[in-house]
Design a protein around this ligand. Structure first.
Ligand code: ADP
Ligand code: 5GP
Length: 195
């Protein structure tokens, strides 16, 4: 059995990662699954443990680090741990299922180093859209939004480490482009390293 592809989607908060990944899962499931990360941040309203994230205590997370349970992990926004448990990825890939990860640029760099066959996508919006979209999403405090925008600036400087950069301006167009890439990956074709 050929290993299912490992697909990484990174990009600033508000760039549309959850929206686009949700669309890809709706389109490609059960050949594609979304890895559920573990995090020590608090659940937002509407988020459920085991569905959006595994919401772990810092103690549980640190046990996981010590036991080598993570494919990658990082401290994001300088204060919360986020990581990909190996159990979310390995057995599925071995069964030929593609796994898509929504992770930050630090995690993406670890994956690139440890899993060279992974395909890395950096998602961006036109400048100035991040703040608008985060405010429109209405799930983060103003303090969190300011922190996320500061982080976006530093993440954008690392976009060139990715295989492709995808602009999420028009949602339908971005969905179509991502559809094509994922369709290719699920059929054993590594997309052109564009842009
Ligand atoms: P991320 O997961 O990267 O933080 P989200 O997927 O939560 O981003 O998107 C942030 C907000 O922007 C959401 O409210 C979402 O509905 C909206 N959004 C996503 N893509 C677009 C787009 N192309 N145009 C306008 N709004 C968008
Ligand atoms: P949020 O708090 O908005 O859900 O996510 C914040 C950031 O953490 C996003 O950039 C997201 O991609 C990143 N993130 C989510 N899960 C993981 C993970 O498992 N590992 C890493 N490194 N980053 C993650």
């Amino acid at each position: 059995m050929t290993l299912g592809p490992l697909i990484i989607v990174s990009g600033p908060s508000g760039s549309g990662k959850s929206t686009l990944i949700g669309r890809m899962i709706a389109r490609f499931s059960p050949r594609l699954r979304h890895s559920i990360s573990a995090t020590t941040r608090k659940a937002r309203s509407g988020e459920e443990d085991g569905i959006h994230y595994h919401f772990w205590t810092p103690e549980r997370f640190e046990q996981g680090i010590a036991a080598g349970e993570f494919l990658e992990y990082a401290t994001v926004f300088g204060r919360h741990y986020y990581g990909t448990p190996k159990t979310e990825v390995e057995s599925y890939r071995e069964a030929g299922v593609g796994v898509i990860l929504d992770i930050d640029v630090q995690g993406a760099a670890q994956i690139k180093h440890n899993c060279p066959s992974a395909f890395l996508i950096f998602l961006m919006t036109p400048e100035g859209e991040y703040a608008k979209r985060l405010r429109a999403r209405g799930k983060d405090s103003e303090e969190d939004i300011i922190r996320r925008i500061a982080e976006a600036r530093s993440e954008l400087t690392r976009a060139n480490e990715f295989d492709v950069r995808l602009l999420n301006d028009d949602l339908e167009q971005a969905s179509d482009e991502l559809n094509q890439m994922i369709d290719g990956l699920l059929n054993g074709r590594f997309p052109e390293k564009a842009s």
